[in-house]
Write a protein that binds this ligand. Structure first.
Ligand code: HEC
Length: 217
């Protein structure tokens, strides 16, 4: 008799366990060690629970700080160094010293640079750089990039103007990353007359230089 009672007790317990664990397939039941059930690791771009994460360092409380930004002073592996010259006339002058950091140019690079130029710049500067893009009817004083002034202009100066904008031209820093801006400059070089033609026009540069200096912000 005792055996039967024990047996029934075990059977009832098993049935109850089975029933309770089948209640809902979606419900994981009671969780102990929640960090293992819900990992604190997160995926890029995943939505983060604002009850758990905060991007405001002043509002930490019990929350985890995460602002999707790289740590100050760090750069992504393979990324070019930040451009630090200020957006003023001194920065503009000094920019001429900054060299284009891009290495040898492959066919794919030049195709990509041309694509970027045609998307971002050709609307004003024209596909061949002679300032005849569709917007040239609306926007005045677009630079004809094939003129001697721009043939002799340093890559760094172009980079400065593309980064910060200049007069009627806006900044392209948010549309093109640093590498893409240097690539577009290389592409502009391919639109310009070659070195021989540039030297014959060197005397004209002297005249246009003073005009350029006036335009400088
Ligand atoms: C909205 C029309 C417009 C677009 C788009 C535009 N530019 Fe310009 N760009 C201008 C104008 C206007 C100037 C003349 C600025 C001045 O010197 O007053 C200029 C000047 C320049 C200069 C000479 C800068 C200097 O220091 O004198 C370069 C280089 C240049 N643009 C490159 C680019 C590149 C590269 C792009 C695309 C990423 C681009 N521009 C897109 C209008 C434009």
């Amino acid at each position: 008799m005792k055996r039967i009672t024990l047996f029934t007790a075990i059977l009832v317990t098993m049935i109850m366990v089975t029933i309770s664990s089948c209640g809902s397939k979606r419900n994981p039941g009671r969780i102990y060690m929640p960090d293992m059930a819900y990992s604190r690791a997160y995926e890029t771009y995943a939505l983060r629970d604002s009850n758990i994460f905060t991007s405001d360092p002043a509002d930490l409380g019990h929350k985890i700080f995460y602002n999707n930004q790289p740590v100050n002073g760090t750069i992504q592996r393979g990324e070019l160094f930040p451009y630090t010259l200020p957006n003023d006339s001194i920065g503009y002058k000094m920019s001429a010293q900054v060299l284009n950091p891009l290495g040898p140019w492959t066919k794919a690079d030049s195709l990509e640079a041309g694509r970027l130029y045609n998307i971002n710049c050709a609307i004003c500067h024209g596909a061949t750089g002679v300032a005849n893009g569709p917007l040239s009817a609306k926007i005045g004083a677009i630079a004809n990039l094939t003129l001697p002034l721009y043939v002799s202009m340093a890559d760094g100066t172009m980079f400065h103007s593309i980064t910060y904008g200049k007069n009627n031209m806006g900044s392209y820093a948010s549309q093109l990353d640093r590498k893409q801006r240097w690539m577009v400059i290389k592409y502009i070089r391919s639109l310009q007359p070659k070195a021989g033609a540039a030297t014959t026009a060197a005397s004209a540069t002297a005249v246009t230089d003073s005009a350029a200096a006036k335009k400088t912000k």
